[in-house]
Design a protein around this ligand. Structure first.
Ligand SMILES: [Zn+2]
Length: 358
């Protein structure tokens, strides 16, 4: 069937076309500033939207905007694509009805309720085996075999943040806490102290949930010798499905909340036993910091697995944190370069909007 000729750059709608305030604001953020009249609403000061921008707006508002996190994984309630053009079956709020018609017509797409593929919401065999204490050990052994060792060169710089330390000028205050205070984090337990660090200060701020009321200090460390890490941010080459994927299991594990910590703690203890100095793991805040969308899919296939440049794709959305086992300052694995007070003047989140009912 011949496609209608459409100039990619011609504006079809503008931010003033929409009734929904969230949609107007999101459109205003991404639209082009052009003085010409909007072909739809005739406004001159709305930000103009090409077909490509309208598709992007639709995805952000209706797909990303209806994504629900599960215990493990996440999935959107609504999807849109060209196959459903003219067949939309969602039931939005009344003030969105006309907006949706405009978007459908301009982008030639339709909206529908999405029944997620079950792996997206945690139906991943190795992940289920990790949750089950009797099968956990076997999967952890597999993790130790499949994930690579990564050496960090002597002299590598990283940061560690502390909120309200007793004596902020004392470098030892920035070592791992003693065992009796361990066991609250993703990888530390009552048997293993862990020093968390990152090369991204903003991530440190997010990870310790610091607020403007806190006294915050940041220590800059350098490694004193080459250190051996188990690298859990590596993408595994696999030829199985998402349902059987160890890569997906670990990816989901580190994006899950505190109910998952007993698994990651067991993994840390096993890595220590295997002789590693620590683990490199994906930050829980990777997605917020890089603007990624969890478990992004195209037709139900994980882009993490099938993106043509999958390494680059995953790389762009992963922030690597370090966890060093034991007390690395006391045992001289790392040394303090400097300590600074950190003044937070703004804790900002960037966001976009989504619908309230569908
Ligand atoms: Zn308009």
């Amino acid at each position: 069937m011949p496609q209608p000729i459409l100039n990619d750059d011609s504006p079809l709608l503008c931010s003033n076309c929409f009734e929904d305030e969230g949609l107007r604001i999101d459109a205003n953020k991404i639209g082009h500033e052009l003085s010409e009249e909007c072909p739809n609403c005739k406004s001159t000061d709305g930000k103009k939207l090409t077909q490509k921008l309208i598709k992007g707006l639709a995805w952000r508002f209706f797909v990303s905007g209806t994504t629900i996190r599960c215990e493990y994984g996440a999935a959107p309630v609504i999807q849109c694509n060209e196959h459903h053009y003219g067949k939309s079956d969602i039931r939005p709020s009344s003030w969105l009805e006309a907006d949706i018609k405009l978007i459908e017509g301009a982008a030639k797409i339709g909206f529908f309720h999405y029944g997620p593929r079950l792996w997206m919401i945690g139906e991943v065999e190795p992940l289920k085996d990790l949750q089950n204490e009797s099968s956990r050990g076997g999967i952890i052994e597999q993790v130790l075999q499949e994930y690579p060792e990564r050496s960090i060169a002597s002299g590598t710089k990283f940061y560690r943040l502390r909120v309200n330390p007793n004596n902020p000028a004392d470098p030892m205050q920035y070592d791992s806490p003693p065992l009796e205070f361990s066991g609250n984090g993703r990888l530390d337990s009552s048997e293993l102290s862990v020093m968390y660090g990152s090369q991204d200060i903003d991530v440190c701020i997010h990870e310790c949930r610091a607020s403007t009321d806190d006294e915050i200090y940041v220590a800059t460390f350098k490694t004193e010798k080459e250190l051996r890490f188990l690298d859990l941010t590596q993408i595994l080459e696999e030829d199985n499905t998402e349902f059987e994927s160890l890569d997906m299991a670990i990816h989901m594990l580190f994006l899950a909340k505190s109910h998952s910590y007993e698994i990651s703690r067991a993994l840390a203890k096993a890595a220590k036993l295997a002789g590693y100095d620590g683990v490199i793991y994906p930050s829980f805040f990777s997605l917020i910091r890089t603007g990624g969308h969890p478990f992004e899919t195209s037709y139900g296939l994980s882009l993490r697995r099938f993106h043509p440049e999958r390494e680059k794709y995953a790389d762009a959305y992963t922030i690597r944190n370090f966890a060093l086992f034991g007390h690395p300052l006391k045992t001289k694995l790392v040394k303090t370069e400097s300590i600074n007070r950190l003044i937070i003047t703004q804790v900002g989140y960037q966001g976009h909007f989504g619908p309230v009912e569908y």
